[in-house]
Design a protein around this ligand. Structure first.
Ligand SMILES: Nc1nc2c(ncn2[C@@H]2O[C@H](COP(=O)(O)OP(=O)(O)O)[C@@H](O)[C@H]2O)c(=O)[nH]1
Ligand SMILES: [Mg+2]
Length: 253
């Protein structure tokens, strides 16, 4: 039987994390959950410690300081790949991603996708409670990255996605150095340009009701700057190395 671990980075998510974990385990009772907490001042880590002591499917990595989404996922992926999971899934802690949609993601991975992305901007995708400016940043960010990186993907920054563990293992995580949400673009692009089999499925994204967004100007600037540099260097043929994926590396485009 395939085994999934859902990795969730947290910073001050005490109002939503317990219900997200509950909903994941209610959707797939054989799944495990790994929380990667950056020493949240609101006690998110302590709450998850309590939950983990009652349920062996719940795990937590405590980190000492807020270090960005990329670093948290890097640590979570390393933890996951040292263990016996088949699928490694990313999800936000704030309830924006619906745990009930997990089976769609798992089905794409089971069907051979190296990476599957929950996508807002395809038919069937829904966004609830996002102000117009957030939609604009997300849509124009993905459009800019699609053009510069010559990508066919429709939601490069989505944080609801998953990998086959053997494909994720082919990434040298120390070479992936984006700190903020640009990490999502970097991983998607690395897989796509390596000839990986990519899956997309429509999701319902619901803006958080608890806590506050960690989105910042610095995060947007990092993404814009990096996408521009990657795009231009790939045009002159100097983009970073591709992956040697078990399923797709041989016929990389
Ligand atoms: N560990 C950790 N998690 C983070 C950090 N920044 C954001 N997150 C988490 O990443 C997810 C997405 O962040 P969020 O603030 O909801 O971003 P938004 O949905 O774009 O507004 C949430 O689960 C956050 O708690 C960070 O620096 N460290
Ligand atoms: Mg959010």
């Amino acid at each position: 039987m395939t085994k999934t671990v859902v990795v969730i980075p947290t910073y001050n998510e005490i109002g939503s994390i317990a219900s997200v974990i509950d909903r994941i385990l209610a959707t797939d009772e054989s799944a495990n959950v790994l929380i990667v907490d950056d020493n949240s001042p609101d006690g998110t880590g302590d709450l998850v410690d309590q939950l983990a002591s009652d349920d062996s499917r719940i795990h937590i990595l405590h980190r000492t300081e807020k270090n960005g989404l990329g670093a948290a996922y890097g640590a979570g992926f390393r933890w996951a790949l040292e263990r016996d999971y088949d699928f490694v899934v990313e999800m936000d802690a704030d309830g924006s991603h619906q745990p009930e949609e997990l089976p769609r993601l798992q089905a794409l991975l089971a069907d051979g996708a190296d990476m599957a992305i929950g996508t807002r901007w395809i038919p069937g995708g829904v966004i609830k409670n996002w102000p117009a400016y957030r939609k604009l940043i997300s849509r124009s960010g993905t459009l800019y990255a699609r053009i510069l990186l010559q990508s066919k993907l429709h939601d490069l920054t989505s944080g609801y996605r998953g990998f086959r563990a053997d494909s994720l293992r082919s990434v040298d995580l120390s070479s992936v150095n984006s700190q903020g949400y640009c990490f999502q673009i970097e991983m998607a692009w690395l897989f796509e340009r390596s000839g990986a089999k990519m899956g997309e499925f429509p999701i319902t994204f619901i803006e958080r009701e608890e806590g506050v967004s960690k989105m910042s100007t610095g995060i947007v600037v990092e993404a814009l700057a990096k996408v521009t540099v990657w795009g231009l260097s790939s045009i002159v043929g100097r983009a970073p190395e591709r992956l040697a994926l078990p399923s797709a590396g041989a016929e990389a485009r």
